[in-house]
Design a protein around this ligand. Structure first.
Ligand code: ATP
Length: 400
């Protein structure tokens, strides 16, 4: 449809980037990227109208995204060449051929396109050897200044390498090491560093990525204290077991990167976490949420370690009000011997509530006041610790 529509508007359109790579590798990819030689937002608008989908346009970059009701999205960009007036600054945009558009991309495997218009519909454009690199399992940049143009590509390279089990090509590896020695990653803006780390931690093979970043001495660009040792690798292994159990047991999907983030930075104190957040330039609600999750995770580990008597009520008191991702991370840090506790908490404890309610207390003649909360809390505690089990016993306890 996009091709036909583009043709009717006299435009050339191409399927580009990750989706082409994933088609060739027979992987699924839900992000469709289209490059248009011409007015991409105009094509996007016509396509959205045809599909009764929403469209939003970015005037400055001549891009637009079409979003379907089920969340499926198609990105449209006007083909462009980048001129780097200053490395790490936003590229200027101008119309240019598809080859130039592909040349500004990060790796050969991401720099292929499929033509959607004209007689050669379906033609694969592979100017930089992407297919060969897929066969050879290589991550390769397109030119020697690639990491200088955009040092965040160092992190993207690691991500694609571990995701597909590819090696970094020898010349690209040399350039990568050089980029690290020049500390180019220091130039990457905070939000980009944060997003790239989030993407890496969202990969199934994130541990391999962390080990690869350790090998290339890249971890220090997140925080100078960041280290991956055997202890942390053990924690990640426990977390994997816990998450496997969780996804078998429950239907909701956890944001796995959050637990991994907590464990990765578990040794940082408040001051150091603040520094990390300022490196990431995260502020406002994003910061509040991340900091809240992280500090609750740290506090829970500390509190559980201090417990003399591991009672259900004590555990529930600690874990309640925490994101599940922070609870699983805390148990992974505490160690395998705490796994049963997590399972009890997630399957049983967290659902325990008193059978009696405010109305019951009122009909017992207890005057309504702040004390109701206290009574119900005490009933919940006693119920969790199996001191009482029936509603009569709850009423008895309320009476007392
Ligand atoms: P994923 O499967 O992780 O979404 P993707 O390849 O679709 O992978 P995106 O980050 O969505 O990744 O980028 C889409 C395309 O844009 C890439 O395939 C690549 O061609 C190009 N691209 C993205 N970021 C960069 C960058 N920093 N430098 C050069 N090209 C980039």
């Amino acid at each position: 449809d996009i091709g036909r529509l583009a043709e009717s508007m006299g435009l050339n359109a191409y399927l580009v980037g990750g989706v082409v790579r994933d088609i060739l590798m027979q992987n699924t990819n839900m992000d469709i990227d289209i490059v248009v030689e011409g007015d991409a937002p105009a094509l996007a608008k016509r396509f959205a109208a045809m599909k009764k989908a929403k469209v939003s346009e970015h005037f400055k970059f001549k891009t637009a995204v079409v979003i379907f009701r089920d969340g499926f999205r198609v990105d449209f960009a006007t083909s462009r060449t980048e001129y780097y007036t200053n490395p790490a600054s936003a590229p200027e945009v101008e119309n240019a051929s598809i080859r130039n558009d592909l040349y500004r991309r990060d790796f050969s495997i991401n720099a292929m396109a499929v033509k959607l218009t004209g007689d050669d519909f379906g033609l694969l454009l592979d100017f930089f050897g992407g297919q060969k690199d897929i066969i050879d399992k290589k991550i390769r940049v397109l030119h020697s200044l690639s990491f200088v143009d955009d040092p965040s590509r160092c992190l993207r390279g690691v991500r694609f390498a571990v995701r597909y089990g590819f090696a970094v090509g020898p010349h690209t590896e040399k350039l990568l090491k050089h980029a690290v020695s020049l500390k180019l990653l220091e130039r990457v803006v905070g939000q980009r560093m944060y997003l790239e780390l989030k993407y890496i931690l969202s990969e199934d093979s994130y541990v391999d990525a962390l080990l690869m970043m350790k090998k290339y001495d890249m971890l220090k660009f997140f925080h100078e204290k960041l280290a991956i040792d055997d202890f942390k690798l053990d924690r990640f292994a426990v977390l994997k077991k816990i998450n496997g159990w969780y996804s078998f047991q429950f239907e909701d999907k956890l944001e796995l990167w959050i637990s991994r983030f907590c464990i990765l930075f578990a040794d940082l104190n408040r001051q150091e976490m603040k520094r990390l957040a300022s490196r990431f330039e995260i502020t406002g609600r994003l910061y509040d949420e991340l900091a809240d999750t992280f500090y609750k995770f740290k506090h829970a580990v500390w509190q559980v370690r201090r417990l003399k008597d591991v009672k259900a009520s004590a555990i529930t008191g600690i874990f309640e009000g925490m994101k599940t991702e922070a609870v699983t991370a805390a148990v992974a840090v505490l160690g395998q011997e705490y796994e049963w506790l997590l399972k009890e908490y997630l399957t049983v404890y967290r659902f325990v509530t008193p059978s009696v309610d405010g109305n019951d207390l009122k009909s017992m003649g207890i005057p309504p006041s702040g004390i109701y909360g206290e009574i119900l809390k005490e009933i919940k505690r006693a119920k969790l610790d199996h001191e009482i089990s029936s509603k009569e016993e709850e009423l008895d306890l309320a009476e007392r």
